[in-house]
Each structure stands twice: as C-alpha cells, then as structure tokens.
Ligand binder design. Sequence first.
Ligand code: ATP
Length: 293
Amino acid sequence: MTPDLLEQGARRIEEHMALLAAGGGNAGSGGRHASTGRVVESGEVDVTHGRILYLDDVSVSFDGFKAINKLSLDIAPGELRCIIGPNGAGKTTMMDIITGKTRPDEGTVFFGSTIDLLRYKEAEIAQLGIGRKFQKPTVFEQLTVFENLELALKTNKGVKSSMFFRLDSQQSDRLAEILVTIHLAGSVGRMAGNLSHGQKQWLEIGMLLMQDPKLLLLDEPVAGMTDEETARTAELFLTLKGKHSLMVVEHDMSFIKTISEIVTVLCDGSVLAQGTLDEVQADERVIEVYLGR
Ligand SMILES: Nc1ncnc2c1ncn2[C@@H]1O[C@H](COP(=O)(O)OP(=O)(O)OP(=O)(O)O)[C@@H](O)[C@H]1O
C-alpha cells in the first residue's frame, strides 16, 4: 500500500471514529454528522446530589412549534428509566438535546451536578460519558465482531496511533467480558454484516460499552427483534443497570414491563405522568393520549 493510500485509509477510520463517538456510526446505514471540537477527557461525574442527569424547564421550538415544552426530568445514577409516549411526543428531540445534537431555546441540562451539557458539542458530550444508540444498528458490516469492538476503543486516538493501536491486557479482558454480556462470545470472528438484526443491535451496545459510558441513551432498542432476542435484550439491560445509568425509549410494552422501575410518559414535549408501569397504565390521561381505551 502506498503512503497516500495508508493516509487515506487512516483518514477514513478517523471519520468513522468521530461519527461513532457522537453515537452516529455510518457503516452502511443511518449517517448522522458529528460535530468536531475540543477533546474532553472523561472524568468523574459528580453524583453526590443523587442525580446523573438533570433537565429543568427545557423548551425548544421548530418553526414556532414547541417540540419540547418546559420539560423537567432527572435520573439517578445506575437507574434504568423507561420513556414512553405517543409519536411526536418529543422523545427523540429530548435525546437530541441531551447529546448536544439540538440546542434548546431555554432551560438547564446537567450531567451530574457540575457539568452543564449546554456548554459542550456533540462529540465532546460522547467523550464525557454519554453514549447514544439510535434505532437502526450502525455497526461496521465489513468488519468482524471483534474488530468492531476493538475499533470502539480507538475513538480518542489520532490517525497514526489509531492505525497501530493494540489492546492492552486490561482492554482485552474488558472486550472478552463485554462479548459475554452482549451474547456474542461465540461469534467473535463473524463479519458483523452476517449477524441477525438483534445481534447487530447487541454489538452496537457492546461498542458503546467499550467506551464505558456512564449514561446510555437507547432509542427503540428492540424494534424489529424476534421475541427471543427481545427477551435476551431485557436480560442484557438488567445486567447493565446499576453499573451504568440507562434511558430507554420504547413502544414495546411487554419489554417495558420486564425491565422497568420508573416509567416517564412524555406528551406534547413535557412529562404527562411518571411512576411504575402499573401506575402510569392506570392513569386516565395516559390512557387517553397513548394507550387507548
Ligand atoms: N428538526 C426538526 N424540525 C422540525 N420539526 C421537528 C424537528 N425535530 C422534531 N420535530 C417535530 O417535533 C415533534 C417531536 O418529534 P420527536 O421525533 O422528538 O417525537 P418522538 O416522541 O420521538 O416521536 P416517535 O415516537 O414518532 O419517534 C414532532 O412533531 C416532530 O415533527
């Protein structure tokens, strides 16, 4: 390979890495653009006040339409919070705001009690420890399961160190542990493109886990999965709870029933109801706008 080709290849890897860091990998699908910016080293998030994520009075309008309307919400460290709500309720927009993809017109968004997320760009927020998984799997189809996971560790490396990157023993151990967690230990050498839809979703979650995120945002993770894959995903999320904080947007109520503690119902850009699944399912307002009679 000529130096030119090497350089081009390295540049392509770096572009992929920037996208991945912003939660929008583009290995054959999707394609969200990452903003580039200063590198922010991930450090400790101050959760002494019992909150890892804190949104207060957040609003955003698109052409005069209030997609998010005085939204206030907080999440405890290690919590698995489920978010439900009708189409257009603002669930995706809320995640866009948390991850820096959309800037709110007003309000406060804090990661722990000291990190004002509104001061950071999308790629920086990913590096602070907020991982996002979009609905569609965005793994690197032409690489193996192992290579995908290995690649996920390279996001902070420059071109040359990225090309000659080797896992140290601690990273190898973590990769092996994550392979088991995501049910892909037996598929380590398979090309990601040959995995089932559910396995691709797990692989992408594994790639996020390689970066050891403190908070994971997951948008409709079980959409399109078989019943068995859905059940295994529930198992996976229950394993992650406690070690990571999770915010899961889903429409699949039986999945929510298996994994949920507190469920937040969004409607018209704000919180309509919050409580256990039984509580929100019994709430007349929720039945009216979302669950149907
Ligand atoms: N960039 C944008 N420009 C204009 N309108 C937008 C934009 N993003 C979102 N909206 C509007 O804001 C509202 C909330 O959308 P959002 O995608 O956040 O809802 P959602 O709860 O995720 O819905 P779904 O369950 O269908 O994914 C919708 O009416 C949507 O059309």
